[in-house]
Design a protein around this ligand. Structure first.
Ligand code: HEM
Length: 454
């Protein structure tokens, strides 16, 4: 019995040991296999300094119509897709158009928008860029409905026309204008008027503008919540903006909660005002350096104006005639790169937790996709396949809902600009990606009225 007991214990122990060993082996096998798969599937690259990674080099300012030395250097060393360490996370950086399309088209399935945590403090918890799933769908629908209604409303067309004319009227008698500032005022006044029915002269419009400028500065600042820092001021400006906007929309609220509605209004303001103003500035800059494109643009608008009374406002039918104008806008989006990249996180086992950055500038200036990519040439848009080779408005579930609205606003503004003024830029001024595009010298223009506007 004793011997039997001992043998039984030995056998149980042996089986137990065997099982443990097998489990251990399985664990190690799967661990190393995963490691191996990970290593085999991850692109080459470098992770830079501990903690800091390569963030500073990645953010190093460069002309927005160029790759910048970081992308140039890494792409030539590792190829269009490489690994790095950016904003505190291991990151796969992609300048490959096919991969970028794949990432954006698989939002919520394989990838997810993931903007850095400090940005959430400024954007607020209901921002479209922060929420996902059903809440994203619901809030996005409100934004899309707003944009769709505005885009086709004759009241909105008249408003864009009137604001363009009054901005250019205010240039009369001047020899110089700081265009970036003018464009920001124009875009914000338009958004505030359309979203909240507030006239640019209303004191609340000035309050919103002042708070918005502080709010925007928070995006390009260090996320330090210490009183007096741009970040802390931006968070406070957002709170003030929220209460101003809340007061205005309280009585117009329908299906969404007040907090959600306020957030949508701020999203549309944030998404629409700075980007539209930047694109206006880029177009004005490129046209100043491409007289042939400017001439062709002017001819298109002269032809449109000749069919109308001299002060008759533009309408939807006129917009349909602005084909070359739209090619100019597309080309400025490709060359100027208003949005350099977007933030995503992988949800796949292999890339789970890794950030993925689809870099738009990488594909917009890709030699294998575009002939002479650094050249501003609107005529390349005669090729209808061009729209499949760029993604200035992103793609997939988060495709910019304001794309068409921005095009229409800018087309109307360009109509009045090219018919009213000639302009020159300063020799040492150009667009820089910080990564938000700014002009080195605020795009100060030397202006002169055209014959029909003197
Ligand atoms: C030149 C003009 C513009 C450019 C280049 C631009 C670019 C973009 C890009 C790239 C995204 C995608 C972000 C991502 O995937 O993470 C986006 C999203 C967005 N844009 Fe625009 N945008 C422009 C104008 C506008 C305008 C005029 C509006 C509003 C009237 C607007 C409202 C938005 C909103 C609300 C989102 C968030 C969409 C979502 O997450 O579902 N944008 N924009």
């Amino acid at each position: 019995m004793d011997i039997f007991c001992c043998r039984l214990l030995d056998t149980v122990f042996a089986i137990f040991l065997g099982l443990c060993l097998a489990l251990l082996l399985l664990f190690f096998k799967s661990f190393f296999w995963k490691q191996d798969i990970r290593a085999r599937n991850l692109p080459r690259g470098s992770e830079g300094w501990p903690l800091l990674g390569e963030t500073l080099a990645f953010l190093w300012p460069h002309r927005s119509n160029s790759f910048g030395s970081f992308l140039q250097d890494h792409c030539s060393r590792y190829g269009k897709v490489f690994k790095s360490h950016l904003f505190g996370s291991q990151t796969i950086v992609s300048c490959d158009h096919e991969l970028n399309t794949f990432v954006l088209q698989n939002e919520e399935r394989l990838f997810q928008a993931s903007y850095p945590k400090p940005m959430h403090g400024i954007l607020g918890k209901y921002s479209l860029l922060v929420v996902s799933g059903d809440l994203h769908k619901k809030l996005r629908r409100v934004a899309v409905n707003f944009v769709t209604a505005s885009k086709s409303s004759s009241e909105f067309h008249r408003c864009v026309d009137r604001l363009s004319v009054s901005m250019l009227e205010s240039w009369k008698g001047r020899h110089q204008v700081a265009f970036c500032k003018e464009a920001k005022m124009f875009a914000l006044s338009l958004m505030v008027k359309t979203l909240l029915s507030i006239e640019p002269e209303d004191p609340r419009a000035r309050k919103i503008l002042a708070d918005f400028l502080t709010y925007m500065k928070g995006f390009v600042s260090l996320p330090l919540y210490i009183p007096g820092t741009p970040y802390a001021m931006a968070v406070k400006a957002r709170a003030r903006l929220s209460s101003t906007v809340r007061e205005i929309i309280e009585e117009r609220r329908r299906t969404s909660s007040a907090a959600e509605m306020v957030s949508i209004v701020l999203d549309i303001l944030l998404g629409g005002y700075e980007t539209t103003a930047t694109l206006m500035a880029l177009i004005v800059f490129f046209l100043a350096h491409e007289p042939a494109s400017l001439l062709q643009l002017k001819e298109e608008h002269l032809a449109i104006r000749q069919k109308k009374g001299s002060e008759e406002p533009l309408n939807g039918e006129d917009y349909k005639q602005m084909e070359y104008t739209n090619d100019v806008i597309c080309e400025a989006l490709r060359c100027g790169n208003v949005v350099k990249f977007v933030h995503r996180t992988g949800r796949l086992t292999i890339s789970s937790g890794w950030k993925v950055f689809p870099i738009f500038v990488g594909t917009h200036l890709d030699l294998t996709l575009h002939e002479n990519p650094m050249k501003f040439n609107p005529l390349r848009w005669k090729d209808k396949a061009m729209s499949k080779k760029v993604m200035p408005f992103g793609g997939g579930l988060r495709l910019c809902p304001g794309a068409e609205l921005a095009r229409l606003i800018i087309a109307f503004f360009l109509h009045h600009l090219v018919l009213s003024f000639r302009w020159k830029t300063e020799p040492d001024d150009f667009p820089i990606a910080y990564p938000y595009v700014e002009f080195k010298r605020d795009l100060v223009l030397e202006i002169e009225p055209t014959e029909n506007h003197s």
